[in-house]
Design a protein around this ligand. Sequence first.
Ligand code: FE
Length: 212
Amino acid sequence: MPHDHHDHPHTDLPSEPSLRVKALESLLLQKQLINRDALDEIIDTYQNKIGPQNGAKLVAMAWTDQSLKQALLDDPMPVLQQLGFYGRQGEHMKIVENTDDLHNLVVCTLCSCYPWPLLGIPPSWYKSDAYRARAVREPRKVLSEFGVDLPQATKVRVWDSTAEIRYLVLPQRPAGTEGWDIPQLQKIVTRNAMIGTEILPPQNGTLESGEA
Ligand code: FE
C-alpha cells in the first residue's frame, strides 16, 4: 500500500461498488483484521435476513398501536430490545414522526451511519457525497429529486446520524389503509419512506389486491 494514503485506503480501491467491497475484504482478510466466516455471516444477516423488513414491521406496529407509537417516540430502545431489532450499528435509535406539518429526512453528513438492525445495509445513494452534502444544504430540492414535493407550509427537519445515534422516520400512514392488519401494512412501508426520501402513496384499499 502506498504510505501516503494511510488515512484514506478507499482512494486506492476500484470505483465499482462490488469490486470495492471485494478489494476491501481481501485487504482486511490479508491483514487478519477479520475472519471470513464472521464476515459472511454479517453480510448475509444485514443484506438478506434483515433488509428494511424490521423497520417496516415496526412502522406497521406503530400505526396500529397508539401506546406503542408513543413509547417508540419517547424512547425506542426498550421496545427495540424486546423485539430483537437491536444490535450492531443500531445502538442508540431515535424515531421521528412525519406529520402534515413536519417532514423528517435522515442523512449522515460524515460517512454513512444508518440503523442496520431496522433497515439493513444502506443504499449507495445514502453514502454518496452528493446526498450527504445536499441533504442538509437544500433538503427540499433533494426531496423533490426523489419525487417528494412538499407543501411550503410543511417544515423539513434534517437529522444527521452519527456513530452514537441513528434515526428512523415514522412515515404517515397512507389513506386507504383503514382496517389493514400489520402484515398488510408492513408490505407497503418502503426503505426510502423510513429514511424520509419517499412519501407513501394512498392505497386503493383491499379491493384491487390481486396479488398472491
Ligand atoms: Fe456515518
